[in-house]
Write a new protein. Sequence first.
Length: 111
Amino acid sequence: MEQVQKKKKKDKKPLYILFGFLVFFGLFIYLITRPSSQSEAIKELKTSFNKKDIEMVWYKYKADLYQDEEFLLETRKKLSNLNLTDEELKECTGWLPPAPKSINLIIVPDL
């Protein structure tokens, strides 16, 4: 009788191991495929239709994406598509960091 009970307990052990492996594998796949904060922010920017919505998205993701050039570029593009007045543009420069200064330099080698 005792041997039968021991045998049943051994039969469940591989199932527990399999279940644990599947849970671990599922978590691993989720961590790899979850969307980044950058892609979530850009999706929210695409659904924004006014300046206030864009400002709210900026403040929501500011801590993570303050230095991210792609997010800043998308934010500026979205604001430029709204055709804002000069007063509204000045207000936007208060919360949006300035655009990077770029120097176009052409070097022509001497032959």
